[in-house]
Design a protein around this ligand. Structure first.
Ligand SMILES: Cc1ncc(COP(=O)(O)O)c(C=O)c1O
Length: 471
């Protein structure tokens, strides 16, 4: 028999037939606990509501709860209802022929996070929980009813409006809400743009492998172009077959330099002469430490650049909100691909982010984190200078990671030594395009934003120890 409660709290039970009601309920509850359907700590419906749902007397349910509590299957506490006990308690109770006083529901061990300098994540322990909750409360309280029905694939107008002025103010992006399409992340945006364009994409010889993989999954070929400390060698674009270039002009990933002005111009000239598109991945443009923020390339040629941004670095990669600022010719095809309504990004999160931006909380959070990350970067530089004066560290003026250049042939050994010390590290070779010639450097890409504040110094100590053991 399938029973679904519709009052109080739902509970699905398979009750055996052909035995009395109480025996069936006892058996049904035990089976549900034994099979793992009802997990330790799960609260059961009040006896009154379960009785109504099952069409049995309240006493029958109450008796079953009491009996199962005595046998160690359940825990009943005055005022806090009935919860499922751990299965060890149930087995012990059964073995002893019931009567066992209930124990506390098991507390789950918090998973112990590994120490990691893998780039790609902000310090997630600094997520501004209280401010985010305030924005959620305020935006959802005042949202119109249509906010809770299927959403425009462009994204909520509140968010696009907030982004259009935020991006103009902070990154120099020239846009309006009509040219913005909300997506779940830069990766999602890249997939949509690539699917529309269906062209070979020029990518950095050293760049984010995830993006190359996404393009490959779409059947799109990528061709590598060289990178150096002045950014991507955009003068090579003209000699490729590519019609699209994926660049990180503000902060080349992973080497860290901004694209110098002459190369910016070269990239835009290539796009306007060839009818090509530059996809600008502005993944961490908010974090610049040493001088005025480098503006977006999009600002110079909005019709030749598809700009992508994300909250993955500024707030959290778990929120899943990114945005594209598109040239006219890409808007309709991208929207057509997205479909008639938004299937990816929660409208309530979009409203929350819109309020978070409009209220100034986003700026406040970024400013706070910029100070934190600058301090971490300084600590990294100072510690290396002191402990390993012969290594060179680059890409430090912006972003959330830096590159430690190490002698050729030592990268792998350093990674292994770090692994032995419980520190996850990644080397620069991970980011090399398979068709690109090795750059002739070995390096460790240190995502210094990743550890929580209390573990940062420990991670740094392990990094130095690992390097000292090899160099
Ligand atoms: C170069 C680059 N672009 C974009 C992102 C952010 O990606 P997403 O918005 O898909 O989370 C990252 C994250 O590590 C990155 O390294």
């Amino acid at each position: 028999m399938n029973s679904w409660a519709n009052v109080g709290m739902d509970l699905h039970l398979e009750l055996p037939r052909g035995i009395g009601v109480k025996a069936a309920l006892l058996q049904g509850l035990r089976d549900a606990i034994d099979s793992g359907g009802l997990k330790p700590g799960t609260r059961l419906p009040p006896s009154r509501s379960l009785a109504v749902d099952l069409g049995v007397s309240r006493n029958t349910v109450a008796d079953c709860y009491t009996e199962l509590a005595h046998a160690g299957w359940l825990i009943t506490r005055q005022g806090s209802g009935t919860v499922v006990a751990s299965r060890a308690d149930a087995k012990a109770g059964d073995a002893r022929g019931i009567t066992q006083s209930p124990s506390k529901p098991p507390e789950q061990e918090p998973p112990r996070s590994a120490l990691s300098f893998i780039p790609g994540s902000p310090d997630v322990s600094s997520f501004p929980r209280a401010q985010w909750i305030s924005s959620a409360r305020r935006s959802l309280t005042s949202a119109p009813n249509d906010a809770f029905s299927a959403t425009d694939p462009r994204g909520r107008i509140e968010l696009r409006t907030a982004l259009s002025s935020y991006l103009g103010r902070t990154r120099g992006v020239r846009t309006d809400p009509e040219h913005i399409v909300v997506c779940a992340s830069s990766g999602h945006g890249l997939t949509l743009i690539a699917r529309v364009l269906q062209e070979t994409v020029a990518v950095d010889a050293y760049g984010l492998h995830l993006h190359r993989d996404l393009l490959a999954a779409e059947g799109i070929r990528t061709v590598p172009i060289l990178v150096d400390e002045s950014g991507t060698c955009t003068e090579q674009l003209a000699s490729t077959q590519a019609k699209v270039a994926l660049l990180t002009p503000t902060h080349q990933f992973p080497l860290g330099g901004p694209l110098i002005p002459s190369r910016r111009r070269t990239a835009l000239d290539w796009a306007s002469n060839s009818g090509g598109i530059v996809i600008e991945d502005d993944y961490d443009g908010e974090f610049r430490y040493d001088r005025k923020p480098v503006g977006a390339l999009q600002a110079i040629a909005p019709q030749h650049v598809a700009y992508m941004g994300t909250v993955s670095k500024t707030l959290s990669p778990a929120i899943r909100i990114g945005w594209m600022v598109l040239p006219d010719r890409l808007i309709e095809p991208v929207l057509a691909l997205k479909g008639p309504y938004e299937r990816w990004v929660s409208a309530t999160d979009q409203l929350t982010l819109a309020d978070f931006i409009d209220s100034g909380r986003f700026d406040a959070h970024i400013r706070k984190m910029r100070t934190t990350y600058r301090r971490r970067r300084n600590q990294l530089v100072d510690t290396l200078e002191h402990r390993l004066p012969d290594v060179r560290i680059t890409g430090i003026s912006a972003g959330l990671h830096a590159v430690i250049q190490v002698p050729r042939g030592t990268e792998g050994a350093i990674l292994s030594a770090a692994d032995g010390l419980g520190l996850d590290l990644v080397g620069i070779s991970t980011f090399r395009h398979p068709d690109a010639p090795p750059a002739g450097i070995d390096g460790i890409v240190v995502g210094y934003s990743t550890p929580t504040p209390s573990r940062y110094s420990d991670a740094l100590e392990r990094l130095c120890t690992a390097m000292e053991s090899v160099l």
